[in-house]
Each structure stands twice: as structure tokens, then as C-alpha cells.
Design a protein. Structure first.
Length: 157
């Protein structure tokens, strides 16, 4: 099976790099050398949430740009935008159910690999709140809670 390639091999290089990074990370988690992948921690979910919110913003802009010339395609992108928000909210909730990152009282040095605990609440919450404003402007709570049943597309060749 082959995947279609755009005519321009340099189109969307950063999006391709992000996709390659996610594929690499997924393969790394599923290596045969490790009996079971390590469970997610807060740092891992924070990075994943950052990726999902960036993708959320991209889908929002694509839906807005696509809707006027191609209304049906724009509606599908808007639906994807809402469903991605549900995934982003679930990752945010999972983040808060994990135990906090332990701190050593002797170590007061600033380390970027550690997340700050307590007020001001984590950057994930600030990012989630900002993304939440976007989704609330464009969708209703009913839209966000509606299951995907009945939503079908046909593959046109």
C-alpha cells in the first residue's frame, strides 16, 4: 500500500517533521526490547497536550479557510476540530490524575525538564484554557458531547 505524496516534496516540511517525530516516538514505545512501555508521566502528557493544542489551532484555521469555497469539506474539518478538542481535554484530565513530579528540597536549581507545581498553575492549564476559548466561540456544548455516530464520508477516487 502506498501513501499519496504531494507534487512538491518540500511542502509543509514542519508538519511532516512533527508527524515523523510522533511516529518515531510511537515506535520507540513499542520496541520489542522493552517488555512494556513505561506509563505516561506528567511531563510526557504536557508535551503531548502542547502538540494536540497546536494541531487544534491548525484545524481551526484550515476549517475557516476551507469552509467558504468548499462548505462540506469545511464542516468535516470543523467536526475534526471539535473531536480533537475532546482528545485534548482527556489528555488534560489524565495529566491531573497523575501524581505530581517529586521535588527535592535540596535542589533549588531551575531545570527546564521539570514542571512547576502549584500556583501559578502549570502551563498545561494556561494552554488548555486558551484553546478552550477557541472551541467555545465556534461550537456548542451539545456539539462537543454528540457522539460521532451517523457521520459518514465516502472515499472518492
Amino acid at each position: 500500500m502506498f501513501s499519496p505524496r504531494p507534487a512538491d516534496t518540500e511542502s509543509y516540511p514542519y508538519l511532516r517533521a512533527a508527524t515523523a517525530g510522533i511516529r518515531h516516538h510511537t515506535r520507540t514505545l513499542a520496541t520489542a526490547d522493552t517488555p512494556a512501555p513505561a506509563p505516561a508521566d506528567r511531563l510526557h502528557l504536557d508535551v503531548l497536550h502542547a502538540h494536540l493544542t497546536a494541531l487544534h489551532q491548525l484545524l481551526d484555521r484550515l476549517a475557516e479557510a476551507t469552509r467558504p469555497p468548499h462548505p462540506a469539506a469545511g464542516r468535516h474539518l470543523a467536526t475534526a476540530h471539535a473531536r480533537l478538542w475532546q482528545a485534548t481535554a482527556a489528555v488534560h484530565d489524565a495529566f491531573h490524575t497523575l501524581p505530581p513530579i517529586p521535588h527535592s528540597t535540596a535542589d533549588t536549581e531551575c531545570r527546564p525538564e521539570r514542571l512547576p507545581e502549584g500556583p501559578p498553575v502549570l502551563t498545561i492549564c494556561q494552554r488548555h484554557l486558551a484553546a478552550g476559548h477557541t472551541i467555545r466561540r465556534k461550537t456548542t456544548p451539545t456539539d462537543l458531547n454528540t457522539p460521532l455516530t451517523g457521520h459518514t464520508t465516502s472515499c472518492a477516487r
